[in-house]
Design a protein around this ligand. Structure first.
Ligand code: MLT
Length: 408
């Protein structure tokens, strides 16, 4: 008899964004003539930059020619992309990251979801609350938690990110966790962490022989030069941190799929006897066993991001979404609501005081605008909703007008 993984029964019926998509589809079916503006899931709307498209096309042409055709590529990614990433995203900021530290993949969602496989079944996990649900759900699937009670799983440590701490939870001496997920600029709150705050986390991890999984998928939206752009800008991080990056939000790859994981040879975890062992060979083993590499044309397209023209075009794209974010933030503030994010991030976290799903239904029904209910990201998200800046300018302006009418 084939039996199911019992841990799946602990999960909520569907993934947050699938749940929202279902509700939206039902609304559209029932209201076929209503215009709907989607500021829910953080999905880009602008096409791939022309430099990226040209490289993508040339990658496809290479596949059509016997002399340049590529079969299986290196699972970790082609050297041309790994080198461009190491130089463009890390060495340029003084971080000693080399091509050998970079593992190219099909996106940060898969990487942040898969990485937990490397750790003991009873590893203690700490996640921020509110949190990108992938970190939690994948640990539930792996059996590291008990049942959910009042929106929280037994066995997980929740690091509350609230107005009180500026939405940046800090480690305390009492925190006993093995694996901590951090995300800055944060999804969903849009909050950013300073170098000093990240240094406290790195020091805590070294002290506790813990590991930090640092999700930097939104780093390209940072405009405040004082803010760290990578965890590897923090002293000691090479030993206890893994960083996750994505081409989705900066270069528009949500449908094209490409991301990468960065970890150094110094990154150390511990075996059953408490003996130190390097983490990189474990990830390499997992990656080469379960993944056959990102497609060659996609990697060519991603590498084009690092050309001077590519950098300019990606900056224009992120500037565009940041201008949307400013419009949203100012619109929300004018309505008298407190919010965070939207300045170094494409997300605006709005303190509405309303039940999150009620706010979702109200804005859907009255304004025809899709947002993401805060409680979908955790208990601390109750009373909040998230607005995404990923859409076309005119739609964002219209959505804010409709939200204003609905809420006033
Ligand atoms: C979000 O809306 O939180 C993101 O788009 C989800 C993702 O990138 O997977």
């Amino acid at each position: 008899m084939i039996r199911v993984n019992k841990n799946y029964s602990k999960l909520q019926a569907s993934y947050l964004f699938s749940n929202i998509a279902k509700r939206v589809a039902k609304f559209q079916e029932e209201n076929p003539d209503r215009e709907l503006i989607k500021l829910g899931i953080g999905d880009v709307t602008k096409p791939l930059p022309s430099t990226v498209i040209d490289a993508f096309h040339s990658g496809v042409d290479d596949m059509a020619d016997e002399n340049s055709f590529k079969g299986y590529g290196p699972e970790q990614g082609y050297a041309f992309l790994r080198e461009a990433i190491a130089a463009g995203d890390f060495q340029s900021r003084g971080c000693n990251i080399t091509a050998g530290d970079v593992f190219v993949s099909d996106g940060a969602k898969c990487d942040t979801g898969n990485f937990q496989e490397l750790f003991a079944d009873d590893a203690v996990i700490a996640v921020p609350d509110p949190v990108y649900p992938v970190y939690v759900d994948t640990n539930v699937m792996a059996g590291r938690t008990g049942q959910a009670e009042n929106g929280r799983y037994q066995g997980i440590i929740y690091l509350e990110s609230t107005e009180k701490n500026g939405y940046v939870p800090m480690p305390s001496a009492e925190l006993k966790a093995d694996l901590v997920y951090l995300c800055f600029p944060n999804n969903p709150t849009g909050a950013t962490a300073t170098k000093a705050q990240l240094k406290s986390w790195v020091d805590w991890a070294l002290e506790n022989k813990a590991l930090i999984l640092f999700d930097a998928a939104y780093v390209s939206f940072i405009r405040d030069e004082e803010l760290p752009h990578s965890i590897f800008e923090i002293e000691g991080a090479r030993k206890c941190c893994v960083e996750f990056r994505s081409f989705s939000k900066n270069a528009g790859f949500t449908g094209t799929r490409c991301g990468y994981v960065v970890l150094t040879d110094e990154c150390t975890v511990y075996d059953e006897e408490g003996q130190p062992c390097p983490l990189k060979p474990l990830w390499n083993r997992r990656h080469t066993t379960k993944f056959n590499g990102t497609s060659y044309p996609v990697q060519k397209a991603a590498a084009a991001v690092y050309t001077p023209e590519g950098q300019k075009q990606v900056r224009e794209l992120t500037d565009y979404y940041l201008e949307n974010a400013k419009i949203i933030r100012e619109g929300v503030a004018a309505l008298g609501y407190d919010c965070v994010g939207g300045d170094n991030s494409p997300y605006i976290w709005v303190k509405s005081g309303m039940d999150s799903w009620e706010a979702f239904d109200l804005l859907l029904n009255k304004a025809g605008v899709v947002i993401t209910p805060g409680s979908g990201f955790g208990k601390c998200g109750e009373g909040y909703f998230r607005i995404s800046a990923f859409n076309d300018r005119e739609k964002v302006i219209k959505a804010m007008e409709k939200i204003k009418l609905a809420l006033s």
